[in-house]
Design a protein around this ligand. Structure first.
Ligand code: SF4
Ligand code: SF4
Length: 371
C-alpha cells in the first residue's frame, strides 16, 4: 500500500477505528463486532474445520442486505464477512459496500485462494477496511493447504494493490504442524507490511496443555515482531494462560458485544457454540444484548476464540480499568514479551509516574462515565 491514496485511506481508517473504540467504550449496548456468513460453501477442505460444506448456495443478496441493515440498526460497529469462503459469494462487493454505507467498518475473512489483482481492486472500490487470511503451514499437508508456499504470490498481490489493512493470522499448538512455520509466516507478513496475529489452539486431543519450550519461544518471537495495543493485551491477558495450560477467568460477551450470524440468519454466541441462543437476527433486540452481556458460558475457561477475547477486553477495561491495566503491565512474561509504546505509556501514567494516583483517579472517573 505504497500510494498516496493508500496512505490517505489508512489515516482515515485509523480515525474511524478510533471512533469505533470510543463508541464501544461509551455504551455496552452496541455489538462491537458481528461476523456474518453469506456463503457456507468453501473451495478448500481443512480437516480441522467445522464451518464449511461443499454444496450450499450463496445466501440471496437481498436477504444478506437486510441482515446488514438490521445489524446497523442494532448499533453494530464492525461487520466481517465470514464463511465458508465469502469470496465465493457473487455479490460480496455489494455486501461490503452496504456495510460501509451504513457507517460500519467492513472486514473479510478469506482463505485467499480467489484473490487476483482485479478481485483486490474490486474490494478496494467496495470500501473494504480489513482482510484477514489464516495461514497454517509453509507447505501443504494432509490437514491444510492454507500454506505460505501456495499463498505467497497472493500476499504479494495484496501488498501491491490493496488499499485496506491486511492481517495474517498463524497458530501454534502442541502436536500441530511444525512449530517454526508460524514464525516464518509472521516474518514474511511483516516484511510485506501486514499486521500479524497468533493464536494458541488446543492439541489434537482437544486439550489445553502447556506449550512446549520451542512453541513458547515461537509465540514470544511473533509477539515481539512489533504489534499494537490490542494484540499485546490479548497475549498478556488471555493467551499467556493458554500457553501455560491454564484456564482463563473472564466474562465472555458473545451474544452481546460479538454476534455470529449464520447463513440462516440466526444469532449464535460464536462459530463454536451454534444454537446458543439461536434467535433470528430480525427479532434480536436490546433485551437479548443485555441478557447475553452477563450470561455465563461454561465454555469460557478453555476458549481459544481470539476475536471474542479481544472484543470482551473492551469491557474488561471499561468495568475494571485499573485492574485490567495492571494485568497488561505486570507479570513474569514481561521479561520475554516487549510491550508496545502504548502499553509503556500506560505503565508510566498509572504505575511509575510521580502523578500516577492523579491519573488513576481521572481514569476511574472517565470509565465510570462510560458505563
Ligand atoms: S478455508 Fe477456512 S472455511 Fe474453508 S475449510 Fe479451511 S478453515 Fe474451513
Ligand atoms: S467462551 Fe468462547 S467458545 Fe464459548 S461462547 Fe464465548 S467465544 Fe464462544
Amino acid at each position: 500500500m505504497s500510494t498516496l491514496r493508500g496512505r490517505a485511506g489508512g489515516v482515515t481508517r485509523r480515525v474511524r477505528m478510533a471512533r469505533v473504540l470510543a463508541d464501544a467504550f461509551r455504551s455496552r449496548h452496541r455489538p462491537i463486532l458481528a461476523q456474518i456468513v453469506p456463503m457456507r460453501r468453501c473451495n478448500l477442505s481443512c480437516t480441522y474445520c467445522n464451518e464449511y460444506d461443499k454444496a450450499s448456495d450463496p445466501v440471496p443478496v437481498d436477504r444478506m442486505l437486510a441482515r446488514i441493515d438490521r445489524l446497523a440498526d442494532l448499533g453494530t460497529l464492525m461487520v466481517d464477512l465470514s464463511g465458508g469462503e465469502p469470496l465465493l459469494h457473487p455479490d460480496a462487493d455489494q455486501l461490503i459496500a452496504r456495510i460501509r454505507q451504513r457507517g460500519m467498518m467492513a472486514g473479510l475473512l478469506t482463505n485467499g485462494y480467489l484473490l487476483s489483482p482485479d478481485r483486490i481492486r474490486r474490494l478496494n472500490r467496495a470500501g473494504l477496511d480489513r482482510l484477514q487470511i489464516s495461514i497454517d503451514n509453509i507447505v501443504p499437508d494432509d490437514v491444510s493447504v492454507k500454506s505460505l508456499k501456495v499463498l505467497d504470490r497472493k500476499l504479494e498481490l495484496l501488498a501491491e494493490h490493496a488499499r485496506f489493512d491486511v492481517n495474517i493470522n498463524t497458530v501454534v499448538g502442541n502436536g500441530i504442524g511444525q512449530p517454526q512455520d508460524a514464525l516464518v509466516i509472521a516474518k514474511r507478513a511483516r516484511e510485506l507490511g501486514f499486521g500479524t496475529s497468533v493464536g494458541v489452539i488446543h492439541d489434537v486431543a482437544g486439550q489445553i496443555v502447556p506449550l512446549d519450550a520451542e512453541r513458547r519461544q515461537v509465540h514470544a518471537s511473533i509477539s515481539n515482531l512489533g504489534r499494537g495495543f490490542y494484540s499485546h493485551a490479548h497475549d498478556h491477558v488471555f493467551q499467556q494462560n493458554l500457553i501455560d495450560g491454564k484456564s482463563n477467568d473472564w466474562q465472555c460477551r458473545a451474544g452481546a458485544r460479538y454476534l455470529y450470524v449464520c447463513e440462516d440468519g440466526l444469532v449464535h454466541w460464536c462459530s463454536q457454540q451454534r444454537g446458543m441462543p439461536g434467535i433470528a437476527l430480525d427479532r434480536y433486540g436490546v433485551a437479548d444484548l443485555e441478557r447475553e452481556y452477563r450470561s455465563v458460558k461454561s465454555c469460557a475457561p478453555h476458549c481459544t476464540v481470539s476475536c471474542v477475547h479481544r472484543v470482551s477486553l473492551v469491557d474488561e477495561i471499561r468495568e475494571s480499568p485499573l485492574e485490567t491495566l495492571g494485568r497488561l503491565t505486570s507479570g513474569p512474561e514481561r521479561a520475554t514479551r516487549r510491550p508496545p509504546a502504548s502499553v509503556k505509556l500506560l505503565t508510566w501514567l498509572f504505575v511509575t509516574s510521580r502523578h500516577h494516583q492523579t491519573f488513576r483517579r481521572l481514569a476511574s472517573r472517565a470509565f465510570r462515565l462510560a458505563r
